[in-house]
Ligand binder design. Sequence first.
Ligand SMILES: NC(=O)c1ccc[n+]([C@@H]2O[C@H](COP(=O)([O-])OP(=O)(O)OC[C@H]3O[C@@H](n4cnc5c(N)ncnc54)[C@H](O)[C@@H]3O)[C@@H](O)[C@H]2O)c1
Length: 703
Amino acid sequence: MAEAWTLEVRGGVGNLVFNHPDGDVNILTSAHLTSLDRALDGLASRSDLTALLFTSAKPRIFIAGADIREIEGITDPKDAFRKAEEGKAIFAKIEALKFPTVCVINGACLGGGTELALACRYRVASFSPNVKIGLPEVNLGILPGFGGSIRLPRLLGLTAALPLLLAGKIVSAEEALKIGLVDRLFPEQTLVDGAYALAAEAAAGRPVRKPAKKKWMTVFLEDTPPGRALVFSRAKKDVLKRTKGHYPAPVEILKLVSRTWGRRGAEPFRLESEHFARLGATDVSKNLIQVFFLTEKYKKTRWTSAPAVSDGVRKCGVVGAGVMGGGIAQLVSARDIPVRVKDLNDKALSGALKEASSIYRGALKRRKLRPWQVESKMALISTGLTNAGLKTCDVIIEAVIEDLGVKQKVFRELGDLTDPSTVLASNTSSLPVTKMAEACRNPERVVGLHFFNPVDRMPLVEVIRGARSSPEAIERTVLFARRLGKTAILVEDRPGFLVNRLLLPYMNEAAYLLSEGVEPARVDAVAEGFGMPMGPVELADQVGIDVGHKVAHVLEEAFGPRMKVAPILEEARKKGLLGKKSGKGFYVYDGKKKAPNPELRPSKASGVSDEDARKRMLYIMINEAARCLEEKVVDSADTVDIGMMMGAGFPPFRGGLLRWADSVGAAAVVKDLERFQKEVDAARFEPSAYLRDLAARGKSFHS
Ligand SMILES: NC(=O)c1ccc[n+]([C@@H]2O[C@H](COP(=O)([O-])OP(=O)(O)OC[C@H]3O[C@@H](n4cnc5c(N)ncnc54)[C@H](O)[C@@H]3O)[C@@H](O)[C@H]2O)c1
């Protein structure tokens, strides 16, 4: 097999070039690390070299990281410790080289790639948007184990290093230069020449890097005991707030950094391997790795056999400028695509522009965009009260009120107005896309494109296949969604599609628990304790009781008694308690404080245990997901998992709804459902045939 690392020499400066022999991407497999080790041993006997570069032969990518499949294969903490020790021994050889070493970063440099870069004496990068540097290990439930957790704080200082380690923050070339992660930037074309020149300067003993001057505040925070105590306690508080204690990796990283900060020598590196070993074989890490593979898979999934080259969208239309239409228009403009927005109401149009501008102001504040970029993106949004400007759109997204008659009228008009090649997509949350298409000329170009609220932040869209939607329309919509930065799943045109069909019964069950006298705060705490980002009662108030009630009724009509809307939801709706927007829902809101709403308090107290409350809410979702698979509403358990994580915030550390269900076991879920059938309600908890079948055959959703 060809060596992954080969040495070139130019004017006394060596260049170790990394070229993963059988892939487009450089990753550090064990074999490539061994190849690097051999190459480094070969260098030890050479006296002709004055400096050494590390470069990549792949365009726009330096090293994407270690081989995640190998990390996934770690099942024993001892094995994890050994792997970390082996990797760091190789990187220690780089650090120990007698001559200057320069890491030449021409693109993505992540995980193990960044750890290699940190073992070099200098780092340079190109001025390219492809340059992304970081240590995202924490997102896989582990920590950088090849010395990165020790070298990064040593290089950047404590306060600059922690966000990269604890949140897996990825930085651009410019940011890397600013924080001192790289020493110099060069234009893409002259990067390697620039690196050779810098190596020669360093070899000649000329200073390459200006010594960084620490601000007095940084000196206080990093170099004094009270300052450090403050940094660590604040970081811990932030981590616990963000992870609610469900993710051990950031906590472990923080412990490691607090144990090793300021210490020199080899001991900190051994401690790093020890902490790595504690994380490497955990269920949380395995689940997060599964989620990583799932996310990668859904970036590329082909849903039909239609050839898919491009979405063909040069201009987009949006009809309806409410909460969703406004959000969609902003998102489209953010991707530099012109967007024409139509509403019947002038106020809605100005509201949409205001909302877009406020999202952009946030991006300005976070320094994600420059003022000129915001101006040019805002200029891409145009608005009108008529159909003017829609005829020339390549895709039009309908986001008018949730009323089939109104939507059909819109589709009829748009069908007559536009070319048959224009894709017409509805953002409906619950209405049949097929019925909208029936009202439209060329119904094969009509699909659903279901965004989630808030549009700019929710990563999922459901692409709905109507009875007549063409494969081309679907593929173009999927590609367009990806251009907008979303993960798309294909869902058949059944009531509630996937996410709402599973989420609503969960929220409805929460409402039943309230009716039985469980305190709203207890219901929410049970769900949050499981890892849901927000409890279902608070979520219902956030979404709006009226909105939830409407979708819940669509589902009840479609699926009958098992989806019967909880009486307390009906009562809240009747009393005009609409949730947060009206100041009162299941809770009463007073500024940031909330208290249970006495108007919705049942007289009795509940005897339901927390465990049963949790099972009732979650198992009802699993059961409904099984029905979705049975009816082929989605193609696979993987699609359910990615959909519920990205669309409903199901906790990734559990691996996804059905991966978690598999860890519980179908038979155990059926047994509890049958118990709830007897104790609570026969219709809601009737186990589906699909689930019973899995249980009977001892199978899992993913087997
Ligand atoms: N709000 C959510 O959380 C959410 C989430 C996903 C999907 N949806 C779906 O998105 C759609 C819009 O929801 P929303 O919350 O933005 O509603 P909204 O009430 O905020 O906005 C609807 C807008 O449509 C306009 N409108 C009504 N008839 C029109 C017509 N014939 N032509 C042009 N404009 C017209 C109204 O003036 C209003 O501005 C609905 O189908 C809803 O089910 C909503």
